[in-house]
Structure formats: structure tokens, C-alpha cells
Design a protein around this ligand. Sequence first.
Ligand SMILES: CC(C)(COP(=O)([O-])OP(=O)([O-])OC[C@H]1O[C@@H](n2cnc3c(N)ncnc32)[C@H](O)[C@@H]1OP(=O)([O-])[O-])[C@@H](O)C(=O)NCCC(=O)NCCSC(=O)C[C@@](C)(O)CC(=O)[O-]
Length: 302
Amino acid sequence: MAFPKQVRLVEMSPRDGLQNEPGPVIATAIKTGLIDRLADCGLTHIEAASFVSPKWVPQMGDAAEVMAGIHRKPGVCYSALTPNLKGFENALAAGVDEVAVFGAASESFTRKNINCSIAESLERFAPVVEAARNHGIPVRGYVSTVMGCPYEGDIAPAKVAEVARALYDMGCHEISLGDTIGVGTPLKAKRMLDAVAAHVPVEKLAAHFHDTYGQALANLYAVLEDGVAVIDASVAGLGGCPYAKGASGNVATEDVLYLLNGLGINTGVDLNKLVATGHWICQQLGRHNGSKVGQALGGNCQ
Ligand SMILES: CC(C)(COP(=O)([O-])OP(=O)([O-])OC[C@H]1O[C@@H](n2cnc3c(N)ncnc32)[C@H](O)[C@@H]1OP(=O)([O-])[O-])[C@@H](O)C(=O)NCCC(=O)NCCSC(=O)C[C@@](C)(O)CC(=O)[O-]
């Protein structure tokens, strides 16, 4: 299959990027400043917040204030995680454009992340998807641990396909496949994608790869070849997962954009502005910039 002509980048940094940041809770103004800058870069889909329990993920405790504080740019979809109906109702009140339910292909990870089994998670998501449908809000579905689990090791592609299919059949319009701990390699990525694409159309799939082992760009190249045209990424490579110790951030958006530009694939995103945004947020957080392209084009901020 040929590379797609266009890729939609889904920006993860305000949610996946910041949810695991150590230290005190990041000021709401920094979060909204980041989101507004990202929109100004030309990103059209920004995961802005997470309506989860603040006891579980304190960094996301100001999700409603974040949604209230951003300057909404027309044409941009501001989405948020909603693990249950309570989260959905809060997200609805905050005016999100899209919600996301998040499951996993590993029983142990599901238990650690959302405190239930895979089957129970799907039961919990069904009313969220139904409520969202009643309000005309699209739902994204995540499947975590698609290429390995911090507790169980290897995950069978057939299990990933089963959970992805269940979320798609439930009514999720897009399924994002998360290599939560970044252990995938291109061959593994292709095998996993093949298994899922036998059940969910490839144009409904997104790649959400973490870069723990430095394989994320290679894995993205592999799934781009097989028709994936939606990529999740996080500026400056911010992030990690609170329930996956040692996992590094999503692949850096700057690095993905540089790859896509080199392949002649259109995204509508401005690389220079994105690099500046990566440096800005690193300065705000006093954090190392995890983007190679950011370092090459703008110097490191630490
Ligand atoms: C799912 C729950 C809530 C279950 O948590 P639980 O303790 O089983 O739920 P519960 O229903 O028994 O509620 C416990 C308390 O939480 C409250 N509560 C319950 N729900 C909410 C809510 N929505 N918003 C605010 N508060 C909530 C509820 O009201 C109650 O409060 P209390 O009575 O103790 O004061 C919890 O496990 C949780 O919040 N987990 C969050 C996990 C998380 O955010 N993980 C990171 C995101 S996933 C990820 O990063 C992976 C991804 C998507 O990026 C893809 C990849 O890379 O693989």
C-alpha cells in the first residue's frame, strides 16, 4: 500500500504529556498556554484534558478549568479522556468536542490503570458511548499495551484486535493503538496492525507510539506504509504513563512532522512554530526537550 497523502496529527502533550509530570500540579495557565500555542501551530486535534479521578491522576484535576481557559480556535477539535459516565458528564459540561474511552489489551494493565477487568471496562464504556451519541459527541477508543505490557510482557495481536473490534462495534469512530511502553519494533507493529485491520478498517485506526526504546519513528514508518493516516504525538516528547513505570513519552510531534515532511505527506502543521512551542513548554516545566528535531533546530532548553 502507498503512503497516505495526508496525515492528521493528534496532539497528546496537554494530556498524555502532562498527566505524569512529577512535582507540584502544573498551573492551569501553563496548560492553556500550551494548548493555545499548539492550535496556533496548525494542529487541528488536541487532547486537552482528562476527566478522570484527581486522586488517581492529580495533574489532570483542573480539566474543567483548562477547558474554560483556552481560546478556542475554529476548526480545532479539543478532546478529553472520559473513563466513565461521571467523567463524560464533566467533559460535556466543560464543552469538549470529542471524548475518549481507554481500554487495554492486557488484563493486568487494565486493572492497574482503571481498576477493573477488560470485560468490565467495556461494560463501563458502553453507556459513555451511548450518552455521547445522544449528545452528538464523537468517541475515540484507545487500546493500550498493543505491543507489550509492563506486567504481562508480550501481548497477542489477536487480543489487541479483539478489544479494538469491541470498541469499534460499540460506536467509537476511531481506535488509537497504544504502544504504551514503547517496546514495539517495525515487524511487531506490522503484525499487530494486520491483525487489527482484519477487524477494523485501517482508515479508522490511529498509531499512538511511545518512544522508550527509540523505535517509535521506525514503527510509524511501518504502519504508514500499511495505510495508517492518523498519528498521536506529543510536543517535545513529553509524557509517560502513571501506570507503566519507566515508559517515556509519546514520540515527539516535531520528529514525526519532520519525517512526514520528508515523505511529502501533508499535515498543515508549521514545524518552526512547533519547535518553538516545544522549547516554550520545556522552559515552563524546567524539563529536558525530548525531541531530536527540537534540539537540532532550536538548541536544548536545559
Ligand atoms: C477509572 C477510575 C475513576 C476508576 O476508579 P475507581 O476507584 O475504581 O472508581 P470508583 O467509581 O470507585 O470511584 C472512586 C472515586 O473516584 C471518583 N471518580 C470516579 N470517576 C471519576 C471521574 N471520572 N472524575 C472524577 N472523579 C471520579 C468517585 O467519585 C470516587 O470518589 P470518592 O467517593 O472516593 O471521593 C480511576 O481508575 C481513574 O480515574 N483512573 C485514571 C487512569 C488514567 O487516567 N490513566 C492514564 C490515562 S490512560 C493512558 O495514559 C494510556 C493512553 C490512553 O495514553 C494510551 C497509551 O499510551 O497506551
